[in-house]
Design a protein around this ligand. Structure first.
Ligand SMILES: [Fe+2]
Length: 384
C-alpha cells in the first residue's frame, strides 16, 4: 500500500503531466504547476522566475502579494533564486534571514515575509531557463528533501513545456518582424498610405471586439488588417501614385494586389495560423452584393475576416487625407458605411462598426459645423 503522502505526490505529478499535455498555453500550464505544487508541498506561495540574459523576472506567481511580486526582479546570481540558476542545483533554506546571500529587497518591495524557501532550477537540455520557487511551508513547518525531489520533478516537466513555448514565441516574433518589414516596404512603395495598415489593423481589432470574436480570431483580424495591401508590392508604383483616373487596363493591374497579397502570405509558410489571414487579404475587395473582386463572392461566402477588413479599410480611406481627396469627418464616413450596408458591406458588421464609432471607440473627430472647406466626396473604396 502506498503511503498517503507518497500517493498525493504521485497524483500531483500525474495531474501536472496531464495539464502540460493538454494545454498549449504556457502561462496556464505554469499556473497549474504552481497550484498543484503549492497544494502538494503545503506551500503558501510559489513563483516561476524566467531568466532573460542576466535578469530574472517572475512569469507566473501564486500566493499573497502576487501582484507586487510580479513587479520584482533579480540578477543572475543574486539571492537564492539567482544562486539556484548559477549553481544549477536545488536549494532548501529553513530560515532565509540566516542565509547571507538572501535578497531581502524583494520582501521589502512586496511587503511579504519569507521564512522558508525551496528553489529548483528550470533546465531544458543544457539551457537554464530560470527557477521555480516555493515559499513558506504552512503551519511554520520546514520543507524537506522529499519536497525538494517533488519540486525538481515538477520543474523538469514545466521546463519542457516552457522551452517549447519559448521556441514558439521566438518563431512568432520572427514572423511578426517579417510582417512588419513587409508593411514598411508597402508603405515606402505607396507613401500616400503611410500608417494606413496600422490603423486598419486597429480598426479591425475594435470591430472584432464589438462582434465578440475569440482571441485567436481577433488576432487574425489584426494581422489581416496589417497585411491587407501587402500585394501592392507587386504593382508598379507609377500606378499606385497616379492621381488621375486609372484606365481599364491599369485598374485590372491594381486590382491584382488582392491576389498577389494572398500568394505572398501563402509563401510565408506560417502554417494554419496565417491561412485565414491570406483568405482575408485575397477577398478584402469583395462586395457583399457579389460585385467585388477578385472572385465576385457574395454574402457569407466572403470570409468573415475579409468582411471586417473591407469596412475598416474603407473607413480609414475615407477619414484620411489622400492626394485625391481630403479626409472626411468620421460621422460622414459612418453615414457612407451605413449607406453601403448590404451592398458593399456586411450589414451586421456595418451596424456593429457604426455602433462602435458612435460609442467613441474609433476616436471620432467632432463634425465641423459648418464645414470649413468644400470636401470632395470620397469613394468608399481605397483601391479601384
Ligand atoms: Fe486593397
Amino acid at each position: 500500500m502506498i503511503p498517503a503522502e507518497e500517493y498525493r505526490r504521485l497524483q500531483t505529478l500525474v495531474q501536472v503531466g496531464y495539464a502540460i499535455n493538454s494545454s498549449l498555453e504556457v502561462d496556464a500550464v505554469l499556473d497549474l504547476v504552481l497550484e498543484h505544487g503549492m497544494h502538494a508541498l503545503d506551500a503558501e506561495a510559489g513563483t516561476f522566475w524566467l531568466l532573460d540574459g542576466e535578469r530574472l523576472t517572475p512569469r507566473a506567481v501564486r500566493g499573497p502579494r502576487a501582484e507586487a511580486m510580479r513587479q520584482a526582479h533579480l540578477r543572475s546570481g543574486e539571492g537564492l533564486v539567482g544562486q539556484t540558476v548559477v549553481l544549477r542545483s536545488g536549494l532548501l533554506v529553513h530560515d532565509v534571514r540566516r542565509y547571507p546571500l538572501w535578497a531581502s529587497h524583494v520582501d521589502a518591495a512586496t511587503g511579504y515575509r519569507t521564512r522558508t524557501l525551496l528553489c529548483v532550477p528550470l533546465e531544458a537540455g543544457h539551457q537554464v531557463l530560470g527557477a521555480l520557487q516555493f515559499v513558506n511551508k504552512r503551519q511554520r513547518r520546514r520543507f524537506d528533501n522529499e519536497d525538494l525531489q517533488l519540486a525538481m520533478a515538477l520543474a523538469r516537466q514545466a521546463a519542457l513545456a516552457l522551452a517549447n513555448s519559448l521556441l514558439f514565441e521566438q518563431t512568432q516574433r520572427v514572423h511578426e518582424g517579417l510582417i512588419r518589414s513587409l508593411i514598411a516596404a508597402v508603405e515606402a512603395w505607396d507613401p500616400c498610405t503611410a500608417g494606413h495598415s496600422q490603423r486598419v489593423s486597429q480598426l479591425c481589432a475594435v470591430l472584432a471586439d464589438h462582434v465578440g470574436l475569440v482571441r485567436e480570431a481577433r488576432r487574425q483580424a489584426e494581422w489581416a488588417g496589417l497585411l491587407h495591401d501587402v500585394g501592392k508590392l507587386g504593382i508598379l508604383p507609377l500606378l499606385l501614385r497616379k492621381h488621375g483616373r486609372l484606365n481599364a487596363r491599369e485598374t485590372r493591374q491594381v486590382r491584382e494586389h488582392a491576389r498577389l497579397g494572398a500568394d505572398m502570405i501563402a509563401r510565408l509558410n506560417a502554417g494554419l495560423m496565417l491561412q485565414p489571414v491570406g483568405d482575408a487579404v485575397r477577398h478584402h475587395h469583395e462586395r457583399f452584393d457579389g460585385t467585388g473582386y477578385p472572385d465576385g463572392l457574395r454574402n457569407q461566402a466572403i470570409p468573415l475576416l475579409a468582411r471586417i477588413v473591407a469596412i475598416a479599410d474603407a473607413y480609414d480611406a475615407m477619414t484620411s487625407d489622400r492626394p485625391y481627396h481630403t479626409a472626411e469627418p468620421a460621422e460622414i464616413a459612418l453615414h457612407e458605411i451605413e449607406a453601403e450596408s448590404g451592398r458593399q458591406f456586411d450589414p451586421d458588421l456595418a451596424r456593429a462598426f457604426i455602433a462602435a464609432g458612435r460609442a467613441g471607440r474609433l476616436a471620432l473627430e467632432p463634425l465641423p459645423m459648418p464645414p470649413a472647406v468644400t470636401r470632395t466626396p470620397a469613394a468608399a473604396h481605397s483601391a479601384p
